[in-house]
Design a protein around this ligand. Sequence first.
Ligand code: PEP
Ligand code: MG
Length: 311
Amino acid sequence: EQHEPVEDARPTTPVKPMTATEVKVNVSIPEAAERAAATGADGVGLLRTEHMVLSLGKTPTRYIAENGERAYVDELVDGIRTAADEFYPRPVRVRTLDAPTDEFRQLEGGDDEPREHNPMLGYRGIRRSLDNPDLFAHELEAFRRIFEMGYDNVEIMFPLVNDAQDVARARDLLREAGVDPEKREWGVMVETPASALEVESMAEEGVDFVSFGTNDLTQYTLAVDRNNERVAGRFDELHPAVLKLIGNVIETCRDHDVKTSICGQAASKPRMVQFLVEEGVSSISANIDAVRDVQHEVKRVEQRLILDSVR
Ligand code: PEP
Ligand code: MG
C-alpha cells in the first residue's frame, strides 16, 4: 500500500526541554532577534535599547534637534517591533535607555555630555531618565505606539533603580505618556544593593517583575569595577554576598506575587542556574549562544529537585 509522503514535520525551532522555569534570551541589537527567536527561547528577557540609540551616531538630543522627535521615536519603535514581531506572542522585555555618559561622549553631540570620574556610578539608567522627563517621554511614547499597534507581548523594564521612589516616578511617567501600568507588564532591574534591600517597598508600587542585573549587582556589591582588568579576579557573581541578596529578593518577591528573573551574564553559569532554580526564580535570560545549555541545565536541576522531594 502506498502512502503519501508525510509532510516535513520538523519544528522550525530546535526541540527544547520542557521546564517549569522559563528560559529566555538577551537581545542587544534588534537585527539579532531572528537568530534569538530560533533558539526556541520562551521570550526575550532583555532587549537593550542602547544600540538602537548609539547606532544613530548622535546623542538623542542632537539627533532630535536635527531630525525631529518623531524620527527619534520611529527609530525606537522600529527596533522594538523587529524583536516583538520575531517573538510574537512570546514576551519581549524592553529596557529603557541605560548608556553611561562615556558612551554618549563618543557620539556626535557628545561634547555636551558631562565628564564624570565614575560614569558607572553616575548619570545613567533611570537616574538620567528621571532627570530629563521630556527626553524620556519620547522613549515612553515609543511604547505607547507599540501597544497601539497591537504588540501586547511587549513588557517595559527600568534600569538602575534604587528604591520605591525611583520606581513610582518611572511608573507615573509611563502613565503620563499614555501607557496604563495596570494593563501592561512592567518591572525593574535589581542591580544595585539598595534595590535588592528595598525590594519589598518596590513591590508595593506595583511592579510585575524584577530582573537581576548581575553584572552591575556584582560590581556594586563587591565594589569591583566590571571594566577594570586589575580587579577582574575579584569580580565574582557567585560571591556569597551577591547570592544572599538575590536569594532574599526571590523570597520577598514570592510573597508579593512578583516574578523574578536574571538577565546578567551570570545567567549562563551552571552554578548560578542551579542556585536560581533551587531558589525558585521564574525565568532565566541568557545570551543567544548559551540558551541551549541553560535550557538543559535548568531541566537537569528541576528533575533533581523533583527526585529529592519524593525521596
Ligand atoms: C547587568 O547589569 O547585569 C545588565 C544586564 O545590564 P548591563 O550589562 O546592560 O548593565
Ligand atoms: Mg546593568
